[in-house]
Design a protein around this ligand. Structure first.
Ligand code: CO
Length: 143
């Protein structure tokens, strides 16, 4: 398999607008994709490409409410590396395979992630201590 494996790295930040300014300088991408997911109390900025299939991007995660998942994470751990996201071709098949093999999943059913992609999280206890996000590729190999 000679395709990029890492879709993005997610970083939790206290002040999204301030961090967007910092990462615009750091990455040289002055126009990140900014998206709000109100039902998850989440506002995010994606640097390094505007297609869901763009690889190796940086995702900044900011909280819009203190009782959101990311708000609680920030209160407990502070800013920092939050998750790594890898591409999978068929997320339903991958989740079924992981369940069969006893992996602990945060999401047993895919949900909607950044850019409308289908995603699911695997619990850090099954991945060597890293919250791992799976993201389904929208373009299949050979198609
Ligand atoms: Co992510």
């Amino acid at each position: 398999m000679d395709r990029p494996l890492i879709a993005h790295v997610g970083i939790a930040v206290n002040d999204l607008d301030r961090s967007i300014a910092l990462y615009s300088v750091l990455t040289g991408d002055a126009h990140p994709c900014i998206e709000e997911i109100p039902e998850r109390g989440l506002r995010l900025a994606m640097f390094g490409g505007d297609s869901p299939d763009s690889a190796a991007r940086i995702e900044l995660l900011g909280s819009t409410s203190a009782d959101s998942t990311i708000g609680k994470y920030l209160a407990k751990h502070g800013e920092g590396l939050h998750h790594i996201c890898i591409f999978v071709d068929d997320i339903d098949a991958k989740l079924a395979e992981l369940m069969r093999q006893g992996f602990k999943l945060v999401d047993e059913i895919p949900r909607s992630g950044a850019g409308g992609s289908r995603i699911a999280f695997v619990h850090p206890s099954s991945t060597g201590g890293v919250l791992l996000e799976l993201q389904e590729r929208t373009t299949k190999q050979g198609s």
